[in-house]
Design a protein around this ligand. Sequence first.
Ligand SMILES: [Fe+2]
Length: 178
Amino acid sequence: MGRVTLVDVFKHRITQKYLQRSGIHHAVTVAGYAFDMAVEKGVDPDLAAKSALLHDMGHYEWYRDGKWDYDEYRRHDIHAIKGAERAHKLLIRLGEDRLTAKEVSVAVLLHTDSYLPFGLDEKRTPLQHVVAKADEKDEQPMGLHHYKEMDKSEALRRLHELDQRIEAYFDDRNPKSG
Ligand SMILES: [Fe+2]
């Protein structure tokens, strides 16, 4: 079976349902940052981009107007835990390799330590570190990065381009023989 692409992941109805809440713009932007940082650090860019694309899919009811209280949301927040579970389920459904699905899921779980009673700074693996840093790079105060707009067609264009860069990265490492 061929590689499960970022485009495959993005088009799935589970992704479409949950990425609306945390924002397609943020997810796609962080996936791009994670790809670049992964290549730079010698981390698998496919794992990094998939983890980054899905890192916030555990966000729930994130209101645009209305009475949403960001501080209150943060206090009750377990989006990393929900996201880890959802990302794993989604990838398994798409036929992803089980170890890849697990690595992505754990990277989603540990992309933030804001819900944990301890910090993760020195404890993350290189993959987990790349995903956390890529997320930080796109963050804005009060969660404003979740409200930037991006059309679905623009998201697909950017993800297709990233897929091509990921495939080129692996082709360069494993030139096909014969
Ligand atoms: Fe994020």
